[in-house]
Design a binder for this molecule. Structure first.
Ligand code: ADP
Ligand code: AMP
Length: 217
């Protein structure tokens, strides 16, 4: 199965992708995570991307399309994957279609997570993750069961993203509404768009997505 999770920053794409990947044996492909790894490694791509990411602007289409094109060819993607944070522009969406069409393939579904602007800001500024296994948490909405201890791996080390601050949020939202929201129309016209109420609690959103996937042909 090949899925796209579409929505603004903080909509819950990563949270749902993490669960889906675990439960359905799919690979989660987050271009944001891949770019952050490149920044950390100090690679050429990372050096190019860092300034844009710090400002909340999008990295160039060529760079992210190149990353995804290479990644989906890896054997672990054979069983399917979940794209989280890609595509983010019409050019990226068209490049993805071309990549898949060349193999007679297409995305099975695009799940749009709909969340109000004010809630997005609250989610972004309260977001953090386990520094060891990457499990995502939130100061209010998703706390570890034991305070300060990761539910998944037991680590006590957590990180916050450098771009999860009130200053970059507006730029990131503008990039979403200007560059990414046209993809809602793009996938609606292709007939594989499914909208979900992303304002609901995490488990309810997961159930809504599972219902959609159960009805796919
Ligand atoms: P995205 O990947 O779309 O940027 P995340 O999945 O990282 O968003 O979610 C942003 C923050 O909001 C995280 O801290 C996460 O724990 C929290 N979160 C995600 N989904 C929900 C939800 N349905 N209700 C409340 N908080 C949520
Ligand atoms: P995310 O983790 O999805 O919130 O992405 C963090 C940052 O990485 C974004 O603000 C962009 O600067 C960059 N980025 C991630 N995915 C893409 C993409 N598909 N296209 C362009 N830039 C991206």
């Amino acid at each position: 199965m090949k899925l796209i999770l579409l929505g603004p920053p903080g909509a819950g794409k990563g949270t749902q992708a993490q669960q889906l990947a675990k439960n359905r044996n799919l690979i989660q492909l987050s271009t944001g995570e891949m770019l952050r790894a490149a920044v950390k490694a100090g690679s050429e791509i990372g050096l190019k991307a860092k300034a844009l990411m710090d400002k909340g602007e999008l990295v160039s289409d060529d760079v992210v399309v190149g990353i995804i094109a290479e990644r989906i060819e890896k054997p672990d993607c054979k069983n399917g994957f979940i794209l989280d944070g890609f595509p983010r522009t019409l050019q990226q969406a068209a490049a993805l279609d071309t990549m898949l069409a060349s193999k007679g393939d297409r995305m099975d579904a695009v799940i749009e997570l709909k969340v109000d602007y004010n809630r997005l800001v609250e989610r972004i500024v309260g977001r953090y993750a386990c520094a060891n296994c990457g499990e995502g948490y939130h100061d209010r909405f998703k706390r570890p069961k034991v305070r300060g201890v990761c539910d998944v791996c037991g680590s006590t080390d957590f990180t916050r993203r450098a771009d999860d601050n009130a200053e970059t949020v507006t730029t990131r939202m503008m990039a979403y509404y200007r560059e990414t929201s046209p993809l809602i129309g793009y996938y609606f016209c292709k007939g594989n768009l499914h909208a979900v109420d992303g304002m609901a609690p995490i488990e309810e959103v997961a159930v809504a997505i599972a219902d959609i996937l159960a009805k796919l042909p």
